[in-house]
Design a protein around this ligand. Structure first.
Ligand code: FCB
Length: 455
């Protein structure tokens, strides 16, 4: 591990005088269990839908899997030291459900102990734990019983939340029930790009309903077991811009599909009508009381922001993406559009009068990073972060209550269907040797955080 923490802070630092410079503003980095842990057979871990998906030919680029990943399950202490060297206030990680519960619902203490050690190790190093319960690695045996299409799973999820919030009570600053229910429901059940790989729109909306119901059912357990922690959810969002004035409706339809599908039920207590114009007849089965459960008050809302969409009208109800070949992009082919972060935060502030305090729970980018001469220079990431921090600062100046910012990701890791090719880490991982090398963006972030701490 390189110990040279010498990149200048100005490469990433937020605008002088902005709230991001205040010590109370939480800076952190994020990861998720399946993307970094590896050790898929250790300590009684059960198979997850991502193990199955990876083992299915054609689903993941180059046939890669999370079986070893960053070997974090064994190297967690080294990784916590790395986090500490960055000087972050908090670490956002997720719990692998298949590690902590046996198939009959009994706790798997060996798996639970891993997360106890992790949370304690963070506290010993002066960092706070932001814990996500579901970052997509559903136990396969639950998928075998219908997965998120089975209403029963919402109740099993609440049991899991109850178990983990008892086990980690007092060690967690903030709980998130789900990470990006949009991806779990849409990519997993409607479009097939993610595990479990189903392709049916109607299934997508039903899976979403049960994910959100599980969230609502889990909240009371989190609050009862760990009253000092915040309880919320993490949602991926993207602003939709009309390509021309004639495409306003297309942009509105995109917004219903991408943002309002998740945020309206959480913050308004109903699904957006525009979604059923886009997908006629795809309404999920909703039982009396469900929407009240889903719409329960949140302590915070986590927003993951990466890019925007530009839309044109397509057909009677729909929209299509317009891809300008001239704009700056990342190796995910995602457009770099920092202004979108400010726009969407201000837009949500207008649309949802009850918008809770916000954390940016993910923001970052992938690039082709290589170690050269013992270091990794990643100028696009440095500039990306600096521009997005500035956009966040502008949103805060305009009155949006943003309390923290988590860069995705601590480490290069298993980027789902794209395997290991797309490198999102602040820290480079050599998958042959498991050697970690902080990229220049990491060193600059550390320098900024040291400067902030010294004020
Ligand atoms: C988000 C996921 C995260 C990672 C980033 C790049 O959708 O939450 O696991 O894959 O994208």
């Amino acid at each position: 591990m390189s110990t040279d923490l010498s990149a200048p802070s100005h490469l990433v630092s937020p605008p002088a005088g902005s709230r991001l410079w205040q010590r109370g503003f939480v800076f952190g980095v994020g990861t998720s269990s399946y993307q970094i842990e590896g050790a898929v057979d250790a300590d009684g871990r059960l198979p997850s839908i991502w193990d199955t998906f990876c083992d299915t030919p054609g689903k993941v680029l180059r046939g890669e899997t999370g079986a070893v990943a960053c070997d974090h399950y064994r190297r967690w202490e080294e990784d916590l030291d790395l986090l500490q060297s960055l000087g972050v206030d908090a670490y956002r990680f997720s719990i692998a459900w298949p590690r902590v519960m046996h198939a009959d619902g009994r706790p798997n203490e060996r798996g639970i102990d891993f997360y106890r050690r992790l949370a304690d190790g963070l506290a010993e190093r002066g960092m706070r734990a932001f814990v996500t319960l579901y970052h997509w690695d559903l136990p396969q045996h639950l998928e075998d019983r219908g997965g998120w299409l089975n209403r029963e799973l919402a109740y099993r999820f609440a049991d899991y939340a109850d178990l983990m919030s008892r086990a980690l009570a007092g060690r967690v600053a903030a709980w998130a029930t789900h990470n990006e229910p949009w991806c779990a429901a849409y990519l997993g059940y409607a479009d097939g790009h993610h595990a479990p790989g189903h392709r049916d729109r109607r299934w997508g909306t039903q899976a979403m309903h049960h994910l959100l119901l599980g969230h609502g059912l889990a909240l009371p357990a989190l609050r009862a077991n760990d009253p000092l922690a915040q309880a919320g959810i993490v949602v991926n969002v993207a602003p939709g811009y009309a390509a021309t004035d004639a495409d306003q409706h297309a942009a509105a339809q995109f917004d219903a599909y991408q943002n309002a599908w998740v945020l309206d039920p959480l913050l308004k207590g109903h699904y957006p009508e525009a979604l059923w114009a886009l997908w006629p007849g795809c309404q999920p089965l909703v039982l009396p009381g469900d929407m009240e459960t889903i719409g329960a008050q949140l302590d915070y809302l986590g927003l993951n922001y990466y890019s925007r969409a530009v839309l044109k009208a397509q057909g009677e109800h729909g929209f299509d993406w317009v891809n300008d070949p001239q704009v700056e992009r990342t190796t995910m082919d995602w457009e770099v559009h920092p202004q979108g972060l400010q726009d969407i935060l201000q837009d949500f502030q207008r649309r949802y009068p009850n918008l809770p305090p916000v954390y940016i729970t993910e923001n970052g980018m992938s690039s082709d990073d290589a170690v050269q001469g013992g270091t990794v220079d990643d100028p696009q990431r440095q500039s990306y972060l600096k521009r997005h921090f500035a956009a966040c600062a502008r949103a805060i100046d305009s009155g949006v209550d943003v309390r923290g910012y988590f860069v995705w990701s601590l480490l290069d890791n298993f980027e789902w269907a794209w395997g290991y090719e797309r490198r999102f880490g602040l820290v480079h991982v050599d998958y042959e040797t498991q050697r970690r090398t902080p990229k220049r963006s990491a060193l600059a972030l550390a320098a900024f955080l040291r400067e902030r701490a010294g004020r």
